[in-house]
Write a protein that binds this ligand. Sequence first.
Ligand code: PLP
Length: 387
Amino acid sequence: MKQNLNFTALGGNYLFSGIAEKIKSFKKNNPEINLIDLSIGDIKLPLSGAVTSAMARAALELSEKETFRGYPPTRGYGFLIEKIIAFYKEKGVTLSENEIFISDGAKSDLGNIVELFPKGSKVLLFTPCYPAYKDVNIIYGNKIIYAFGTKENGFKPKPPEDENPDIIYICSPNNPTGNVLTFNELDCLTDYAKRKGAVIIFDSAYGGFAPKGFPSTVYNSENGKTTSIEINSFSKLAGFTGVRCGFTVIPEILGEYNKMWLRNRSAKFNGVSYITQRGAEAFFSEEGRNDSKNKIGYYKENAEILKKALKKINLWYNTVNASPYVFFACPDGFGSEEFFDKLLNCAGIVSTPGIGFGEAGEGYMRFSAFCDRKEIIEASERLTSLF
Ligand code: PLP
Protein backbone atom coordinates (compact mmCIF):
# COMPACT_ATOMS: atom_id res chain seq x y z
CA MET A 1 0.00 0.00 0.00
CA LYS A 2 1.32 3.44 -0.91
CA GLN A 3 1.46 6.31 1.58
CA ASN A 4 2.17 10.01 1.37
CA LEU A 5 5.70 9.90 2.75
CA ASN A 6 5.69 13.66 3.33
CA PHE A 7 4.00 12.85 6.66
CA THR A 8 7.28 11.32 7.87
CA ALA A 9 8.94 14.72 7.44
CA LEU A 10 6.48 16.31 9.88
CA GLY A 11 8.19 15.08 13.01
CA GLY A 12 6.26 14.32 16.21
CA ASN A 13 2.86 15.60 17.27
CA TYR A 14 1.12 18.78 16.20
CA LEU A 15 2.30 21.30 18.85
CA PHE A 16 -0.86 21.45 20.94
CA SER A 17 -1.54 17.71 20.88
CA GLY A 18 1.89 17.22 22.48
CA ILE A 19 1.12 19.79 25.17
CA ALA A 20 -2.28 18.19 25.84
CA GLU A 21 -0.55 14.87 26.51
CA LYS A 22 1.87 16.50 28.99
CA ILE A 23 -1.06 18.17 30.81
CA LYS A 24 -2.93 14.87 31.00
CA SER A 25 0.01 13.08 32.51
CA PHE A 26 0.73 15.95 34.97
CA LYS A 27 -2.90 15.97 36.15
CA LYS A 28 -2.84 12.22 36.66
CA ASN A 29 0.28 12.44 38.82
CA ASN A 30 -0.66 15.67 40.65
CA PRO A 31 -4.46 15.68 41.01
CA GLU A 32 -4.30 18.23 43.88
CA ILE A 33 -2.64 20.98 41.82
CA ASN A 34 -4.88 23.53 40.16
CA LEU A 35 -3.25 24.06 36.75
CA ILE A 36 -3.53 27.41 35.00
CA ASP A 37 -3.56 26.87 31.27
CA LEU A 38 -1.96 29.72 29.33
CA SER A 39 -1.06 27.50 26.39
CA ILE A 40 -3.53 27.08 23.53
CA GLY A 41 -5.15 30.29 22.32
CA ASP A 42 -8.72 29.26 23.05
CA ILE A 43 -11.42 31.73 24.00
CA LYS A 44 -12.71 31.58 27.60
CA LEU A 45 -15.40 34.27 27.69
CA PRO A 46 -18.88 33.29 26.45
CA LEU A 47 -20.42 34.35 23.15
CA SER A 48 -22.29 37.64 22.83
CA GLY A 49 -26.01 37.38 23.62
CA ALA A 50 -26.67 38.92 20.20
CA VAL A 51 -24.94 35.93 18.59
CA THR A 52 -26.57 33.20 20.67
CA SER A 53 -30.06 34.73 20.28
CA ALA A 54 -29.58 34.87 16.50
CA MET A 55 -28.47 31.23 16.46
CA ALA A 56 -31.44 30.18 18.60
CA ARG A 57 -33.84 32.01 16.23
CA ALA A 58 -32.16 30.37 13.24
CA ALA A 59 -32.49 26.92 14.83
CA LEU A 60 -36.22 27.50 15.35
CA GLU A 61 -36.61 28.60 11.72
CA LEU A 62 -35.32 25.18 10.72
CA SER A 63 -38.20 23.51 12.55
CA GLU A 64 -40.79 25.14 10.26
CA LYS A 65 -41.50 23.90 6.76
CA GLU A 66 -41.66 27.45 5.34
CA THR A 67 -38.31 28.55 6.77
CA PHE A 68 -36.39 25.27 6.67
CA ARG A 69 -33.06 25.37 4.77
CA GLY A 70 -30.86 22.56 3.50
CA TYR A 71 -27.39 22.88 1.98
CA PRO A 72 -26.06 26.42 2.21
CA PRO A 73 -24.68 28.19 -0.90
CA THR A 74 -21.03 27.25 -1.59
CA ARG A 75 -19.79 30.82 -1.12
CA GLY A 76 -21.99 31.43 1.93
CA TYR A 77 -25.29 33.24 2.48
CA GLY A 78 -25.73 36.68 0.95
CA PHE A 79 -26.87 38.16 4.28
CA LEU A 80 -23.47 37.42 5.85
CA ILE A 81 -21.42 38.37 2.80
CA GLU A 82 -23.17 41.77 2.72
CA LYS A 83 -22.13 42.43 6.33
CA ILE A 84 -18.52 41.48 5.56
CA ILE A 85 -18.49 43.86 2.59
CA ALA A 86 -19.70 46.68 4.88
CA PHE A 87 -17.07 45.72 7.50
CA TYR A 88 -14.29 46.13 4.90
CA LYS A 89 -15.85 49.36 3.66
CA GLU A 90 -15.26 50.78 7.17
CA LYS A 91 -11.57 49.94 6.68
CA GLY A 92 -11.58 51.76 3.34
CA VAL A 93 -11.62 48.57 1.25
CA THR A 94 -14.17 47.84 -1.47
CA LEU A 95 -14.97 44.18 -2.07
CA SER A 96 -17.60 42.53 -4.24
CA GLU A 97 -19.72 39.56 -3.18
CA ASN A 98 -17.84 37.25 -5.57
CA GLU A 99 -14.61 37.91 -3.70
CA ILE A 100 -15.77 36.48 -0.36
CA PHE A 101 -16.04 32.82 0.64
CA ILE A 102 -17.55 31.86 4.01
CA SER A 103 -15.57 29.07 5.70
CA ASP A 104 -15.60 26.94 8.83
CA GLY A 105 -12.70 28.97 10.25
CA ALA A 106 -9.24 30.04 9.17
CA LYS A 107 -7.34 26.82 9.76
CA SER A 108 -8.91 24.70 7.05
CA ASP A 109 -8.56 27.46 4.45
CA LEU A 110 -4.93 28.20 5.44
CA GLY A 111 -4.24 24.58 4.63
CA ASN A 112 -6.50 23.94 1.62
CA ILE A 113 -5.40 27.13 -0.13
CA VAL A 114 -2.09 25.47 -1.10
CA GLU A 115 -4.06 23.40 -3.61
CA LEU A 116 -4.25 26.50 -5.82
CA PHE A 117 -0.49 26.21 -6.40
CA PRO A 118 1.59 23.47 -7.99
CA LYS A 119 3.11 20.89 -5.65
CA GLY A 120 6.75 21.72 -4.95
CA SER A 121 6.06 25.48 -4.77
CA LYS A 122 8.49 27.56 -2.71
CA VAL A 123 6.85 28.86 0.46
CA LEU A 124 8.30 31.69 2.56
CA LEU A 125 7.55 31.61 6.28
CA PHE A 126 8.45 34.36 8.72
CA THR A 127 9.37 32.33 11.73
CA PRO A 128 8.49 31.84 14.57
CA CYS A 129 4.97 31.33 13.21
CA TYR A 130 1.70 29.44 13.56
CA PRO A 131 2.81 25.80 13.11
CA ALA A 132 -0.01 24.83 10.73
CA TYR A 133 1.62 26.86 7.89
CA LYS A 134 4.65 24.59 7.92
CA ASP A 135 2.78 21.34 8.48
CA VAL A 136 0.29 21.75 5.63
CA ASN A 137 3.01 22.71 3.18
CA ILE A 138 5.19 19.77 4.15
CA ILE A 139 2.23 17.39 3.72
CA TYR A 140 1.51 18.89 0.30
CA GLY A 141 5.15 18.53 -0.78
CA ASN A 142 6.10 22.19 -0.97
CA LYS A 143 9.57 23.55 -0.30
CA ILE A 144 9.81 25.85 2.72
CA ILE A 145 12.25 28.71 3.13
CA TYR A 146 12.49 30.87 6.23
CA ALA A 147 13.03 34.46 7.24
CA PHE A 148 14.29 34.18 10.81
CA GLY A 149 12.94 36.43 13.53
CA THR A 150 15.37 37.40 16.30
CA LYS A 151 15.33 39.80 19.21
CA GLU A 152 17.76 41.97 17.20
CA ASN A 153 15.39 42.35 14.21
CA GLY A 154 12.44 42.78 16.58
CA PHE A 155 10.99 39.47 15.29
CA LYS A 156 10.21 41.29 12.05
CA PRO A 157 12.75 39.74 9.66
CA LYS A 158 13.13 41.16 6.15
CA PRO A 159 12.07 38.92 3.27
CA PRO A 160 15.10 37.41 1.46
CA GLU A 161 16.04 39.30 -1.73
CA ASP A 162 18.09 36.34 -3.00
CA GLU A 163 15.07 33.99 -3.01
CA ASN A 164 12.02 33.79 -5.28
CA PRO A 165 9.13 32.43 -3.24
CA ASP A 166 5.81 31.47 -4.86
CA ILE A 167 3.74 31.74 -1.67
CA ILE A 168 4.32 33.93 1.40
CA TYR A 169 2.41 33.43 4.67
CA ILE A 170 2.04 36.60 6.73
CA CYS A 171 0.22 36.87 10.04
CA SER A 172 -0.48 40.29 11.56
CA PRO A 173 -1.17 40.80 14.43
CA ASN A 174 1.17 37.90 14.87
CA ASN A 175 0.91 34.62 16.64
CA PRO A 176 3.16 33.95 18.55
CA THR A 177 5.24 37.15 18.72
CA GLY A 178 2.38 39.59 19.22
CA ASN A 179 3.88 41.99 16.66
CA VAL A 180 1.69 44.03 14.34
CA LEU A 181 2.86 45.34 10.95
CA THR A 182 2.83 49.08 10.31
CA PHE A 183 1.34 50.43 7.06
CA ASN A 184 4.85 51.00 5.77
CA GLU A 185 6.01 47.46 6.62
CA LEU A 186 2.90 46.02 4.97
CA ASP A 187 3.62 48.08 1.84
CA CYS A 188 7.21 46.77 1.74
CA LEU A 189 5.94 43.18 1.94
CA THR A 190 3.29 43.51 -0.75
CA ASP A 191 5.84 45.32 -2.92
CA TYR A 192 8.27 42.39 -2.38
CA ALA A 193 5.53 39.91 -3.36
CA LYS A 194 4.77 41.93 -6.49
CA ARG A 195 8.43 42.05 -7.52
CA LYS A 196 8.84 38.32 -6.92
CA GLY A 197 5.55 37.29 -8.53
CA ALA A 198 4.50 35.63 -5.25
CA VAL A 199 1.05 35.35 -3.66
CA ILE A 200 0.66 36.41 -0.03
CA ILE A 201 -1.60 34.35 2.18
CA PHE A 202 -2.47 36.96 4.78
CA ASP A 203 -3.71 35.43 8.01
CA SER A 204 -5.93 38.01 9.65
CA ALA A 205 -7.23 35.80 12.46
CA TYR A 206 -6.14 38.46 15.00
CA GLY A 207 -7.15 41.47 12.90
CA GLY A 208 -9.59 42.53 15.65
CA PHE A 209 -6.61 43.07 17.99
CA ALA A 210 -4.79 45.53 15.69
CA PRO A 211 -4.58 48.88 17.50
CA LYS A 212 -5.85 52.09 15.88
CA GLY A 213 -3.34 53.37 13.36
CA PHE A 214 -2.25 49.89 12.23
CA PRO A 215 -3.62 47.89 9.29
CA SER A 216 -5.99 45.04 10.15
CA THR A 217 -6.26 43.90 6.53
CA VAL A 218 -3.68 43.40 3.80
CA TYR A 219 -5.96 45.36 1.47
CA ASN A 220 -4.96 48.54 3.30
CA SER A 221 -1.81 48.28 1.22
CA GLU A 222 -1.64 49.64 -2.34
CA ASN A 223 -0.49 46.32 -3.80
CA GLY A 224 -2.70 44.27 -1.47
CA LYS A 225 -5.38 43.30 -3.97
CA THR A 226 -2.99 42.32 -6.74
CA THR A 227 -0.84 40.15 -4.48
CA SER A 228 -2.87 38.78 -1.58
CA ILE A 229 -5.47 36.31 -0.43
CA GLU A 230 -6.79 37.16 3.04
CA ILE A 231 -7.93 34.46 5.42
CA ASN A 232 -10.06 35.62 8.30
CA SER A 233 -11.93 34.13 11.22
CA PHE A 234 -14.68 34.85 13.72
CA SER A 235 -12.80 32.68 16.27
CA LYS A 236 -10.88 35.40 18.05
CA LEU A 237 -13.01 38.28 16.82
CA ALA A 238 -16.30 36.94 18.18
CA GLY A 239 -15.42 33.90 20.30
CA PHE A 240 -16.30 31.37 17.58
CA THR A 241 -13.54 28.81 18.30
CA GLY A 242 -16.22 26.23 19.06
CA VAL A 243 -18.92 27.52 16.70
CA ARG A 244 -16.56 27.55 13.65
CA CYS A 245 -16.91 30.28 11.06
CA GLY A 246 -14.53 32.43 9.06
CA PHE A 247 -14.12 33.84 5.58
CA THR A 248 -11.55 34.05 2.85
CA VAL A 249 -11.15 36.97 0.48
CA ILE A 250 -9.75 36.37 -3.01
CA PRO A 251 -9.82 39.53 -5.12
CA GLU A 252 -10.95 38.92 -8.69
CA ILE A 253 -8.04 41.04 -9.91
CA LEU A 254 -5.69 38.34 -8.57
CA GLY A 255 -6.22 36.26 -11.69
CA GLU A 256 -7.59 32.72 -11.79
CA TYR A 257 -7.23 32.07 -8.04
CA ASN A 258 -10.78 33.23 -7.30
CA LYS A 259 -12.30 30.85 -9.89
CA MET A 260 -10.06 27.97 -8.82
CA TRP A 261 -11.05 28.45 -5.19
CA LEU A 262 -14.75 28.34 -6.09
CA ARG A 263 -14.07 25.12 -7.98
CA ASN A 264 -12.07 23.77 -5.04
CA ARG A 265 -14.80 24.64 -2.53
CA SER A 266 -17.52 23.10 -4.74
CA ALA A 267 -15.49 19.90 -4.94
CA LYS A 268 -14.53 19.60 -1.26
CA PHE A 269 -16.88 21.58 0.96
CA ASN A 270 -20.61 21.72 1.56
CA GLY A 271 -20.66 25.02 3.38
CA VAL A 272 -21.23 26.40 6.85
CA SER A 273 -24.54 25.82 8.62
CA TYR A 274 -27.35 28.38 8.43
CA ILE A 275 -27.39 28.63 12.24
CA THR A 276 -23.67 29.45 12.34
CA GLN A 277 -23.90 32.02 9.57
CA ARG A 278 -26.81 33.77 11.31
CA GLY A 279 -24.66 33.83 14.48
CA ALA A 280 -21.76 35.35 12.53
CA GLU A 281 -24.13 37.91 11.00
CA ALA A 282 -25.13 38.96 14.53
CA PHE A 283 -21.50 39.72 15.39
CA PHE A 284 -21.89 42.73 13.06
CA SER A 285 -24.84 44.14 15.07
CA GLU A 286 -24.12 47.04 17.43
CA GLU A 287 -24.37 44.73 20.45
CA GLY A 288 -22.15 42.09 18.80
CA ARG A 289 -19.46 44.61 17.83
CA ASN A 290 -19.47 46.23 21.30
CA ASP A 291 -19.20 42.89 23.06
CA SER A 292 -16.31 41.90 20.79
CA LYS A 293 -14.51 45.20 21.44
CA ASN A 294 -14.90 44.81 25.21
CA LYS A 295 -13.70 41.22 25.21
CA ILE A 296 -10.67 42.01 23.05
CA GLY A 297 -9.88 44.86 25.47
CA TYR A 298 -10.21 42.45 28.41
CA TYR A 299 -7.81 39.92 26.87
CA LYS A 300 -5.32 42.66 26.00
CA GLU A 301 -5.41 43.87 29.61
CA ASN A 302 -4.77 40.29 30.72
CA ALA A 303 -1.67 40.30 28.53
CA GLU A 304 -0.46 43.53 30.18
CA ILE A 305 -0.89 42.01 33.66
CA LEU A 306 1.26 39.03 32.65
CA LYS A 307 3.89 41.39 31.22
CA LYS A 308 4.11 43.24 34.55
CA ALA A 309 4.91 39.93 36.26
CA LEU A 310 7.58 39.17 33.65
CA LYS A 311 9.10 42.61 34.24
CA LYS A 312 9.32 41.91 37.96
CA ILE A 313 11.27 38.71 37.33
CA ASN A 314 13.48 40.42 34.72
CA LEU A 315 12.55 38.35 31.71
CA TRP A 316 12.54 40.03 28.29
CA TYR A 317 9.10 40.27 26.66
CA ASN A 318 7.65 41.87 23.56
CA THR A 319 6.01 45.11 24.73
CA VAL A 320 3.69 45.52 21.71
CA ASN A 321 0.06 45.37 22.86
CA ALA A 322 -1.65 44.15 19.70
CA SER A 323 -2.59 40.55 20.40
CA PRO A 324 -3.79 38.15 23.07
CA TYR A 325 -0.27 36.69 23.31
CA VAL A 326 2.73 37.44 25.48
CA PHE A 327 6.00 36.41 23.85
CA PHE A 328 8.92 36.33 26.26
CA ALA A 329 12.43 35.00 26.74
CA CYS A 330 13.35 32.00 28.88
CA PRO A 331 15.77 32.69 31.74
CA ASP A 332 19.45 32.24 30.82
CA GLY A 333 20.41 28.63 30.47
CA PHE A 334 16.89 27.35 29.76
CA GLY A 335 15.68 25.90 26.48
CA SER A 336 11.99 26.50 25.80
CA GLU A 337 10.94 22.92 26.52
CA GLU A 338 12.94 22.90 29.76
CA PHE A 339 11.29 26.15 30.84
CA PHE A 340 7.88 24.74 29.87
CA ASP A 341 8.58 21.86 32.30
CA LYS A 342 9.74 24.24 35.05
CA LEU A 343 6.62 26.39 34.74
CA LEU A 344 4.45 23.29 34.77
CA ASN A 345 6.16 21.45 37.61
CA CYS A 346 7.10 24.39 39.86
CA ALA A 347 4.27 26.87 39.23
CA GLY A 348 1.42 24.79 37.84
CA ILE A 349 1.34 27.02 34.74
CA VAL A 350 0.94 25.61 31.24
CA SER A 351 2.72 27.68 28.61
CA THR A 352 3.76 27.09 25.01
CA PRO A 353 7.44 26.51 24.29
CA GLY A 354 8.70 28.80 21.54
CA ILE A 355 10.33 25.90 19.69
CA GLY A 356 6.80 24.76 18.81
CA PHE A 357 6.61 27.77 16.47
CA GLY A 358 9.86 26.92 14.70
CA GLU A 359 13.57 26.99 15.48
CA ALA A 360 13.54 30.78 15.74
CA GLY A 361 11.26 30.35 18.78
CA GLU A 362 13.88 28.42 20.74
CA GLY A 363 14.77 30.27 23.93
CA TYR A 364 11.34 31.94 23.99
CA MET A 365 7.89 31.16 25.36
CA ARG A 366 4.31 32.19 24.66
CA PHE A 367 1.52 32.82 27.14
CA SER A 368 -2.04 33.08 25.90
CA ALA A 369 -4.04 35.76 27.70
CA PHE A 370 -7.38 34.22 26.66
CA CYS A 371 -8.21 33.55 30.30
CA ASP A 372 -10.33 34.61 33.16
CA ARG A 373 -8.83 37.62 35.00
CA LYS A 374 -8.67 35.66 38.28
CA GLU A 375 -6.49 33.03 36.62
CA ILE A 376 -4.23 35.69 35.10
CA ILE A 377 -3.70 37.33 38.50
CA GLU A 378 -3.03 33.97 40.13
CA ALA A 379 -0.60 33.04 37.32
CA SER A 380 1.22 36.38 37.76
CA GLU A 381 1.60 35.72 41.50
CA ARG A 382 2.88 32.21 40.91
CA LEU A 383 5.33 33.53 38.32
CA THR A 384 6.79 36.21 40.55
CA SER A 385 7.22 33.81 43.47
CA LEU A 386 8.99 31.32 41.22
CA PHE A 387 12.22 33.37 41.22
N1 PLP B 1 -4.33 31.50 12.36
C1 PLP B 1 -3.67 31.72 13.51
C2 PLP B 1 -2.45 32.57 13.48
C3 PLP B 1 -4.11 31.16 14.70
O1 PLP B 1 -3.43 31.38 15.83
C4 PLP B 1 -5.26 30.33 14.69
C5 PLP B 1 -5.77 29.70 15.92
O2 PLP B 1 -5.29 29.84 17.00
C6 PLP B 1 -5.89 30.12 13.48
C7 PLP B 1 -5.41 30.72 12.33
C8 PLP B 1 -7.09 29.21 13.38
O3 PLP B 1 -8.25 29.91 13.52
P1 PLP B 1 -9.67 29.21 13.34
O4 PLP B 1 -10.20 28.94 14.71
O5 PLP B 1 -10.47 30.21 12.60
O6 PLP B 1 -9.50 27.96 12.56
